[in-house]
Design a protein around this ligand. Sequence first.
Ligand SMILES: Nc1ncnc2c1ncn2[C@@H]1O[C@H](COP(=O)(O)OP(=O)(O)OP(=O)(O)O)[C@@H](O)[C@H]1O
Length: 329
Amino acid sequence: MIEATGLTKRYGSKVAVDHMTFTVAPGKVTGFLGPNGAGKSTTMRMIVGLDRPTSGSVTVNGRRYAEHSAPLHEVGTLLDAKAVHTGRSAYNHLLAQAATHGIGRKRVQEVIEMTGLDAVARKRVGGFSLGMGQRLGIASALLGDPQTLILDEPVNGLDPEGVLWVRNLVQYLARQGRTVFLSSHLMSEMAVTADHIIVVGRGRLIADAPVAEIVARAAGTTVRVRTPQAGALEELVRGPEVTVTSAEPGLIEITGSTAPAIGEAAAAAGIVLHELTPLHGSLEDAYMQLTADSVEYHSSDVGQPAAPATAPSPTTPGATSSATEGAVR
Ligand SMILES: Nc1ncnc2c1ncn2[C@@H]1O[C@H](COP(=O)(O)OP(=O)(O)OP(=O)(O)O)[C@@H](O)[C@H]1O
């Protein structure tokens, strides 16, 4: 369980995380979403004591990270897959970590097998591909068999088989009653992996709800109806709260009503329906709506005329953090 209360981090005048209060509960996969620069990594770093909150607090399994005597058994983290000693083999990297907690070679071998690294475990980490590095980061996170897992972009660089493996793994860990908190920019993947979503923008909490609720809330209620009596049905259902659009003859989309209400009204009026389908939005649609006002780094549309000199260019922020990676700031 992760509990943040009024969690705030300022870097000079920049408020990276702004009074965030949330709970990441056990037994679920909780996705952490937000535009570039929204404060996700900073939040995760504060959870494990790599950044010091300016104010507020965050605990893992009831205590601040630094108060755990054997933190690897409490929290497994993947924050930066590249933060490894490149001259060491994967096996030795894990063995060195294991030694800090009296974890034996057997467990090291187990996590190597779990993460599919057997064939490369004795090779230098410096020669690893991005995906292999991610697998090693996940192996480190699992080493202490922790109750809580925090994974920052775990599927970054993984091939489709690897993405599916991470999905199955995190869902399996959550089903065992563990707390799983992961960030990703891949909405389609998050939609099928997470049970619960926390969305942040410009350091603030925007949404904290089950995935289905977030999608339903944003999608509203639109129902697609195919009928040879479209005009009559439109007359029947139209009202102050109900709008009707038509994409083609005999096909209408009704927003602001429900499929049962439309079906019953049609039946009562003797209107024949050939299709009555509630339309569900995607997590991506919901996310775009939620974060529309929070996107700090806008890209120009492909195919648009050149942007004026004052327009922001597609920018990848965040390069600031690497130099001090690993230090408490
Ligand atoms: N060490 C630092 N010094 C100054 N500003 C920082 C530092 N670390 C992060 N920031 C700023 O804090 C804000 C939040 O950054 P953070 O890396 O937490 O965002 P993020 O949501 O993880 O973004 P991304 O999706 O791009 O990884 C950004 O504006 C970032 O530039």
